[in-house]
Ligand binder design. Structure first.
Ligand SMILES: *Cc1c(COP(=O)(O)O)cnc(C)c1O
Length: 381
């Protein structure tokens, strides 16, 4: 089969089949070609619209507010954990990948007490164990879960976890970074106190802004909890209420660009529309890769339509770095694996990508395997 011409985004860049930052639309980048002062009325209006519209995506209008946090997604996660969990708090952290471990590390550094329920990267938390832990230990004040654990692409059962937190009267905190905007999330229904996400994942903005969607009544009670000045969500929020402005220099261009991305997100039909495109990307990718002979880490019942983990073929003719480089040359950037349970690599379905991009990537992969002389795509046992 002949090589396809190099694929590219609408600005001529390689397509990012990664967990973020992602391929973004042309307008999303174009709107940044201006200067604004941080007190510029046009900018403040754009910023206010971003903040008021984000809770709509998770059925949070009315009871929830958006508190933005300059920085990458982890800044928002750290701000959420260190603002919501008081020094006397105790967090039950549900971990099945790198982002769960990162949250735990944040809590350790902030000297918040943590109990960990860890399962392998291809296994959701054991709900019976979660219930037992909540029942047995009344000092646990918060439950932390990761919505889609991007390490593997696994979808965690946040509805069931939230229900347990409600039943036992504990506060539920969610890292929804890679799922926000792509998967349904009902903040009011779940009764979640805070959701952390960022500009550069499924809303398809550029990187530089994290945000936390917080239940106002819960946020009001967090004054004085923060362990740092900059990551104090309560203070950041109060300042917005008072002045409509950031306490410290905001990433203005990122926010203006994020606003454009958000308008395009709503024009695509909001979460249902975006989720449908990603699900189709994911379906095309998995069917095509399985047809070639690759094995996925997860079964379809656990697979979120965000990023897919493939097992590394055992055939010595398959050399990942050469495979990666050849794909990059054809315009497709994939991602190494991060698993401890199996040797793997990942291909993302999110960002400004369409099913035809996935078909293009599959054709390129087929070509490259031919060139490399790979005979079997079976993974090592
Ligand atoms: C991307 C991501 C984050 C944040 O990562 P940054 O590199 O700080 O943007 C946090 N949690 C999950 C689940 C993620 O996918």
């Amino acid at each position: 089969m002949r090589a396809k011409p190099a694929a590219a985004s609408d600005t001529g860049d390689p397509l990012l089949l990664t967990p973020g930052p992602l391929t973004t639309g042309k307008r999303v980048k174009e709107v940044m070609v201006h200067d604004w002062g941080s007190r510029d009325a046009t900018f403040l209006k754009i910023n206010a619209e971003v903040l008021t519209r984000l809770p709509e995506i998770v059925n949070g209008e009315g009871d929830y507010v958006t508190v933005p946090m300059q920085g990458s997604g982890t800044f928002a996660v750290e701000a959420m954990l260190t603002t919501f969990v008081p020094p006397t708090g105790h967090v039950l952290a549900l971990i099945n990948g790198a982002y769960g471990h990162r949250a735990r590390k944040i809590l350790d550094i902030a000297k918040r007490k943590v109990t960990v329920h860890e399962t392998p990267e291809d296994t959701p938390p054991d709900l019976a164990v979660v219930e037992h832990l909540l029942k047995a230990d009344a000092t646990i004040t918060h439950v932390l879960a990761v919505h889609c654990e991007t390490t593997s692409g696994i979808l965690n059962p946040i509805g069931e976890i939230a229900a347990l937190a409600r039943t036992y009267g504990r506060s539920f905190l969610l890292d929804s970074m890679s799922a926000f905007g792509a998967l349904p999330l009902d903040a009011q229904g779940l009764g979640v106190d805070a959701i952390a996400a960022s500009s550069n994942k499924c809303i398809e903005g550029v990187p530089g802004l994290g945000f936390v969607i917080a239940r106002r009544a819960a946020l009001e009670q967090t004054q004085g909890n923060a362990t740092t000045l900059v990551l104090d969500l309560h203070d950041q929020w109060r300042n917005f209420e008072k002045t409509g402005q950031y306490r410290f220099t905001p990433p203005i261009h990122v926010i203006v660009s994020f606003h454009q991305a958000l308008m395009e997100f709503f024009a695509e039909g909001g979460q249902p529309g975006r989720g449908k495109r990603y699900a189709e990307n994911c379906r095309v990718l998995i069917e095509g890769m399985r047809a070639l002979g690759f094995e996925t880490l997860l079964g379809s019942n656990l697979q979120a339509p965000i990023i897919v983990t493939f097992r590394m073929p055992a055939d010595p003719a398959f050399r990942f770095q050469a495979f990666y480089d050849a794909l990059k040359e054809r315009g497709y950037v994939i991602y190494p694996g991060k698993l401890t349970v199996a040797d793997s690599f990942r291909i993302g379905c999110i960002g400004r990508l369409y099913p035809d991009h996935m078909r293009g990537a599959l054709a390129a992969i087929r070509d490259i395997l031919d060139e490399m002389g790979v005979k079997s795509l079976k993974a090592a046992a």
